[in-house]
Design a protein around this ligand. Structure first.
Ligand SMILES: O=C(O)CCC(=O)C(=O)O
Length: 257
């Protein structure tokens, strides 16, 4: 459904604040993005996915922590199970994101970053657009906390305003699924590093140019994040950048054989 064919919502004034923050800072926190019933259902569905679907996923759609049997990352859940596809198409999410862009949005894919207690590894600083190659970069990720996200258990950090720097050079990153990283986070005196401390059900929505990362989980608590990815209808893939990226990924896979 496109923006114009949906009824206008009374949430308009409310969402304008979120939109202003998103454009100014490159990310915005939305408290209680999922209500308690929705969150309980996501929890239940994720358990079911891990037990019943993960054993038949293709290589690359599940990553494990190095030297451990704990899951670090799940990709493309929506490709295996309609529940996740329906969640990507949740009307309230689409309306909120469309209010940010002023255009229709299209769902891309869903992922889970698991970051298990004691073993969850760090995610290197990166821009999502180093993987996605959208021009204009009118696309975003909705990172939904399934557990409390704290500094201790490895919440995501954002380099505030860094989306205004445009596409930055990335070097090799060696923590799957991260094959790329920025060598240095942008100068924190100009682009302050802000931790997204969240309660379960809260979300942080970031623009794909915003540099972000997370630290190891050294705590006793798992820190699971569900990520829902979207693009605006005007965002086009830069085909050359995408082809270069795919060649790079193929090369890494060949080395991994
Ligand atoms: O959840 C994390 O720790 C990392 C998330 C992330 O880097 C991403 O969504 O691109």
């Amino acid at each position: 459904m496109t923006q114009s064919s949906r009824p206008n919502h009374k949430l308009k004034a409310f969402t304008m604040d979120f939109s202003a923050r998103f454009h100014e800072d490159g990310f915005v926190i939305v408290g209680q993005f999922l209500d308690s019933d929705e969150l309980a259902e996501v929890d239940r569905q994720l358990d079911h996915y891990i037990t019943d679907v993960v054993p038949r996923t293709k290589k690359g759609d599940v990553d494990y922590e190095s030297g451990s049997d704990r899951i670090s990352h799940l990709s493309s859940l929506d490709a295996y199970d309609p529940y996740w596809n329906n969640l990507l198409n949740r009307l309230r999410t689409l309306e909120l994101l469309e209010s940010f862009l002023g255009t229709g949005v299209e769902p891309l894919a869903s992922e889970v970053f698991y970051k298990a207690a004691h073993v969850g590894s760090a995610a290197p600083p990166h821009q999502d657009n180093a993987y996605l190659h959208f021009d204009p970069p009118e696309a975003m990720a909705v990172w939904v906390a399934l557990d409390e996200a704290t500094v201790e258990n490895g919440c995501v950090w954002y380099s505030k305003g860094s989306h205004k720097l445009g596409d930055m050079p990335h070097v090799h990153g060696d923590t799957p699924p991260f094959s790329k990283k920025v060598e240095q986070i942008p100068d924190p005196t100009r682009y302050p590093a802000v931790p997204a401390i969240l309660k379960p059900g809260d979300a942080v929505i970031h623009q794909i140019g915003t540099v972000h990362w997370s630290e190891r989980n050294n705590s006793d608590q798992d820190r699971r994040g569900l990520v829902l990815n979207y693009k605006g209808v005007n965002a086009r893939v830069d085909e050359q950048a995408h082809a270069n990226h795919m060649a790079y990924v193929q090369q890494l896979r060949a080395m991994d054989r």
